[in-house]
Write a protein of this length. Structure first.
Length: 107
């Protein structure tokens, strides 16, 4: 927003020209590169699930009324935070749905 030169008001202050901000590497924080995503995908394919992930998958398969809550509590104890637990639960659910789709496609 351009400044007016007035001491009071929404656009108060000396009249100046705004310079564009530099794009810093820190602005990319949290975004994964294509290479990283590919490496993680290959590693998951080769190594498979860890024991606690297999247990979560088993909980999803057996289901039950409070399965989501139990899975969340289990994942939170293992991973340490609310956000990570929710992300892991969704990730394993996605793996389960892919497995079921592959099994349905084979039959």
């Amino acid at each position: 927003m351009a400044r007016t030169g007035y001491a009071k008001g929404v656009a108060s202050g000396h009249v100046t020209t705004e310079r564009p901000k530099k794009v810093k590497p820190s602005h990319r924080k949290g975004q994964s590169s294509k290479r990283t995503l590919l490496c993680r995908e290959i590693a998951r394919e080769v190594v498979g699930l860890s024991p606690y992930e297999r247990r979560i998958l088993d909980m999803i398969k057996t289901g039950g009324s409070a399965a989501d809550k139990r899975i969340y509590k289990f994942a939170k104890r293992r991973l340490g935070s609310h956000k990570r637990a929710l992300a892991k639960r969704e990730d394993i659910k996605e793996i389960n749905s892919k497995q079921r789709a592959r099994a349905a496609g084979a039959n």
